[in-house]
Design a protein around this ligand. Structure first.
Ligand code: GDP
Length: 476
């Protein structure tokens, strides 16, 4: 995004495509006052809704509706803005937009109104992103968190750390310039003050990670041999008969997907073809797709049939499977069909050891045996027994406290920026501990501040801004 003044006038239909009671055409830019006069043939009062006729350049009335003029700078974009509330029909709105364009506006790009609001300092970048996140929110928790971000909750927390870091940097720079006064300038308190900022940063990071999960959801892939109950699990979680459940191994040959909401976190659960050696080319293709799904999974549910666990013949967590999992995927072992176990077996506490026969092979080092890496749930996908434990395990595995709603929504880039800032603060602490020159401490503090300032868009590369706004919808 360049810094040239944005004077051209943009227009877009701001309501969804289709039929509705009303439809809104939004216009922003320098040509608005004249355009408002020409299209309504009225001198509109600022911020006052007036029932008017909308004219095209031929002088024909294209619709009747409300017109509201928001003179700059008291508008969403900070420019002169006109809103035309016509009837919500596809053709009538297209005719209205056509008239607006004929009177000097051009069609807006996706997110261009929000980009202008950002350029004109009406909102910062995190707030602009929150608008898009509010519109695309898939749960009431996500919508609530997006709204709080839009109201400035997230930005306020970031700005508070940025401002404290500025004070800290001034102190460090002064101690560099006047070494003889370093003690007087408060060098001794520096470790404590940096720790305080690091703690704040880590708290915001934990909330941001939760906020990001609310916004983007998680991809959960269910993997296992044929007939262990993967399709039944999908049906249980989705509450629908999404997958065909039969006792013929190899029934699920393609990927089936269900959306499950866990405390507002959207989980796209993918049921895959059972993994086994197969001569059937359709089944082979299903298995190939299963592995493709695994590549993008954040959580992998490894499912096995608990009624046939044979400790003398370890059949799960094959090293060749686990070796193919993405490094950062979390693994949940589900031992299914416990309803088939007799009472004595069922009473046995399920430890990883009893349900996951050794040798277990870790992903990182195939010869190394690990149990504690895996969360294990014993359940019955058929009767629903253990469903709650499964949900608890899923929530545990996300690493966030899903019971508490985060005070803001966040995106991956925010989480990365906060991680970077925390890392820089840790390095600055280390330099201090090692007795290094203060220039190194100052540089880490500068980098931490820069990383955080990118969240609110104070220092953000133009191409990133372009990418962020291009993902918005038209008219926003
Ligand atoms: P998939 O091939 O792994 O997707 O397995 P399915 O979900 O199609 O299930 C295979 C067979 O096992 C079907 O006959 C299911 O009814 C049965 N099944 C699945 N889960 C359970 C369970 O928890 N208990 C019992 N008793 N049967 C189950």
């Amino acid at each position: 995004m360049d810094n040239k003044p944005l004077t051209d006038t943009i227009a877009a239909i701001a309501t969804p495509h289709g039929c509705g009671g009303i439809g809104v055409v939004r216009v922003s830019g320098a040509a608005v006052p004249q355009l408002a006069l020409t299209i309504t043939k009225k001198n509109l009062q600022p911020r006052k809704a007036e029932l008017v006729e909308f004219y095209n350049p031929l002088g024909n009335v294209v619709d009747i509706g409300l017109a509201i003029l928001f003179p700059a700078p008291h508008s969403f974009t900070g420019e002169d803005v006109l809103e035309l509330h016509g009837h919500g029909g596809v053709v009538v709105l297209a005719l209205l937009l056509e008239a607006v364009v004929a009177f000097g506006a051009r069609i807006a790009n996706p997110g261009e109104f929000s980009a202008r609001a950002f350029e004109n300092n009406k909102i910062d970048l995190a707030q602009a992103e929150a608008i898009a996140d509010l519109i695309s929110a898939q749960s009431k928790q996500a919508a609530g968190a997006a709204l709080r971000s839009l109201q400035g909750n997230f930005s306020a927390q970031i700005n508070s750390i940025v401002s404290d870091l500025t004070t800290l940097r001034i102190k460090v720079e002064a101690a560099i310039d006047f070494p003889e006064d370093a003690d007087y300038l408060g060098r001794e308190q520096l470790p404590e003050e940096i720790t305080a900022q690091l703690t704040k940063c880590q708290q915001v990071l934990a909330e941001a990670e939760h906020g990001q999960l609310l916004a983007s959801g998680l991809r959960v892939v269910v993997l296992g041999e044929p007939n262990v109950g993967k399709s039944s699990l999908l049906n249980l979680l989705s509450g629908e008969d999404t997958a065909i459940v039969t006792n013929i191994p190899g029934t699920t040959r393609d990927i089936l997907q269900a959306q499950v909401s866990l405390s507002g976190i959207r989980m796209d659960v993918l049921d895959t073809a059972g993994i086994r050696e197969s001569a059937d080319c359709i089944e082979q293709e299903g298995i190939r797709r299963a592995w493709l799904a695994v590549d993008t999974a954040q959580i992998i549910i490894l499912m096995l049939d608990g009624s046939v666990v044979d400790e003398s013949n370890p059949r799960i967590l094959y090293p060749e499977w686990v070796g193919k999992f993405p490094d950062d995927a979390k693994i949940l072992v589900v031992v299914n069909k416990i309803d088939l176990l007799d009472a004595a077996q069922e009473d046995q506490p399920v430890s990883a050891v009893s349900v996951v026969p050794s040798p277990l092979v870790s992903r990182a080092a195939p010869e190394f045996i690990l149990y504690k890496d895996y969360v294990v749930v014993k359940m019955s996908a058929k009767t629903g027994l253990g469903k709650q434990q499964l949900e608890e395990a899923l929530s545990h595995i996300t690493g966030v406290n899903v019971a508490v709603e985060p005070s803001f929504i966040a995106r991956k880039r925010h989480v990365i920026a906060l991680q970077d800032a925390a890392q820089n603060l840790q390095s600055s602490q280390q330099w201090l501990q090692d007795g290094a020159v203060l220039e190194l401490v100052a540089e880490e503090l500068r980098l931490a501040q820069q990383a955080l300032a990118a969240i609110t868009g104070e220092f953000t590369a133009d191409d990133l801004l372009g990418r962020i706004f291009s993902e918005f919808c038209i008219g926003k």
